[in-house]
Design a protein around this ligand. Structure first.
Ligand SMILES: Cc1cc2nc3c(=O)[nH]c(=O)nc-3n(C[C@H](O)[C@H](O)[C@H](O)COP(=O)(O)OP(=O)(O)OC[C@H]3O[C@@H](n4cnc5c(N)ncnc54)[C@H](O)[C@@H]3O)c2cc1C
Length: 499
């Protein structure tokens, strides 16, 4: 289905554009539709207390949003509009604002996460009671959940046919940008009583994180700068993307998460380049398609995450008896803090802890290590990522963890178990990434840096390393852990087959 346009231009005297995970003006579907449908459009963003209140008081994502709002507000003001920013429960605030501002319709881009759907259902109800329409639009994906179904009308559960169908269907219609600026004359500044600066972090109860020290660029200008940089090397993405010490990926995840970049525009560039034979662009486009694949999995199979709880896509995997108790908790702590004694795993965990980013290859390695080396429930790792990743996306995170733990729809087979040492030798051969995050290991040779316990006492001493003191001994033996995992998964699968 093509995007649905409202039938009649200027249907409403006044509308409210509610920004959520779409913090940009250009190519914003709901903003475009609002400007077409209303004579006047007022814009609002709500720091939703339902989302913010449970978070720790330092959160890079909140700061990313706040900084991006400064730019969005400035852009809207330059177009004679502006942004009302509230710190409240969105379910109450949006209907209240709709009433106070006397609008006839509210516009927003769709968000298919379960909590967002529940919130929107509540808002829809409250608005409907007041006679106000609520229009939502597809914006964060190229294809909506029901736009790509298989021949029998069922959702795809395997990536390759999904990707094939995606590529067969995509065309300039689905990728073209919404010309928001051509209709910007309908933007209205907030009424006097609603104007004011975007609140500071302190005003919404947060403290500064290290976002600016990390130089993570925010807002649409930040996304544009990252893409410009990536565009110069997109042709090498294929070759570079697996090596965490190399600047291979785009680092656009957080921008896709908060909509400071349009996925249509990114996909259009990648699609055009791939049609011209650019293998790097084709692989990168595949990654954007993986994102949509997981979005539609979450939408069609809500059991994978509902009521705040994740369940295996394949129910038999929920029968696995994970390691639990005090020792399991200690192993989990060691994993979280980067103290497992496996350098690549530890360096990766320090990367996420210090920056909120983790390279894709490393996400696979540490996720596999958590469930297949430590024998811990993958949901513990999923929750940790949810709290720490700047680009945390429920669908992709759940999909990634289910892939690694083999419980997912199109997952790594359960008997494929990453060896954290050979992964390290293969993808960080010179130990550059390890040395960046674990400088205490810098003096080890490339031959042993991936497994310091294999170094001779002389080499350890020369490098200033005392295993168990300034770098941990391995918390598990990979070969033993592998056997236990095969048993653990085998028992669960056998039990499921008996039923
Ligand atoms: C255990 C695990 C957890 C993950 N959690 C998340 C998450 O919370 N949020 C998230 O966006 N991605 C997640 N991923 C996917 C992937 O690791 C990140 O999207 C990627 O590392 C982000 O870096 P980038 O923006 O530089 O990516 P690039 O390599 O430049 O890719 C471009 C974009 O494509 C999308 N993408 C890339 N790979 C994947 C993938 N495998 N699945 C879905 N989308 C993908 C992302 O939106 C990404 O920003 C997870 C992967 C694993 C294995």
């Amino acid at each position: 289905m093509p995007p649905i346009l409202l039938a009649v231009d200027k249907t409403y005297p006044k509308g409210l554009m509610w920004f959520r995970r779409d913090l940009r003006v250009d190519d914003n579907a709901a903003l475009y539709q609002a400007l077409r449908a209303c004579r006047q459009v007022v814009c609002v963003f709500v720091f939703d207390r339902a989302i913010l209140d449970p978070l720790p008081r330092v959160d890079r994502r909140v700061e990313f949003i706040r900084d991006s709002l400064l730019e969005l507000d400035a852009e809207l003001q330059a177009l004679s509009g502006g942004l009302i920013v509230r710190h409240a429960a969105a379910v109450d605030e949006i209907p209240a604002l709709a009433h106070e501002l006397d609008v006839q319709a509210v516009f927003a881009n769709r968000d298919d996460e379960p909590d967002a759907l529940a919130r929107d259902a509540q808002v829809l109800g409250a608005l409907a009671n007041a006679g106000v329409s609520f229009h939502t639009f597809k914006d964060s994906t190229v294809f909506d959940r029901d736009e790509l179904l298989n021949k029998t009308g069922q959702p795809y559960t395997v990536f390759t046919p999904y990707k094939r169908a995606w590529l067969a269907k995509v065309d300039s219609f689905f990728l073209k940008s919404y010309p928001v600026r051509a209709h910007a004359d309908a933007l209205a500044p907030p009424p006097e009583a609603y104007r004011g600066a975007v609140p500071t972090l302190e005003e919404i109860g947060f403290q500064k994180s290290n976002l600016s020290e990390l130089e993570i660029p925010t807002g649409t200008s930040g996304a544009a700068a990252l893409f410009e940089d990536f565009f110069q090397r997109i042709d090498r993405y294929d070759a570079a993307r697996n090596f965490p010490a190399v600047r291979g990926p785009s680092y656009l995840g957080v921008h896709l998460r908060f909509g400071t970049v349009s996925v249509r525009q990114l996909a259009e560039v990648a699609h055009q380049l791939s049609l011209q034979g650019d293998a790097g662009a084709a692989t990168w486009l595949s990654e954007l398609i993986w994102r949509e694949f997981y979005f539609q999995i979450l939408a069609h199979f809500p059991h994978v995450h509902s009521g705040g709880e994740s369940k295996s896509f394949r129910p038999e995997y929920d029968k696995i008896q994970w390691h639990h108790g005090k020792h399991a908790d200690q192993l989990f702590e060691a994993w979280c803090q980067g103290r497992t004694g496996y350098p690549l795993v530890d360096a990766a965990m320090l990367q996420i802890n210090q920056s909120g980013y983790m390279h894709n290859r490393l996400r696979m390695v540490v996720a596999s290590f958590l469930c297949k080396d430590l024998g811990l429930d993958w949901r513990r790792g999923e929750r940790y990522f949810a709290l720490h990743l700047n680009d945390f996306e429920l669908a992709s995170n759940n999909g990634g963890w289910q892939w690694a733990s083999s419980s997912g729809c199109d997952a790594q087979p359960y008997f494929r178990i990453f060896n954290p040492v050979t992964q390290s030798e293969r993808f960080d051969p010179e130990g550059k990434f390890i040395r960046r995050y674990l400088p205490q290991l810098a003096g080890l040779s490339n031959a042993v840096i991936h497994a310091p316990w294999t170094a001779s006492p002389v080499e350890l001493e020369a490098a200033g390393i005392k295993l168990g003191e300034n770098y941990p001994k391995p918390v598990v033996d990979h070969a033993e852990a592998r056997e236990k995992t095969l048993q653990r998964y085998g028992v669960a699968r056998a039990k499921a087959l008996q039923k």
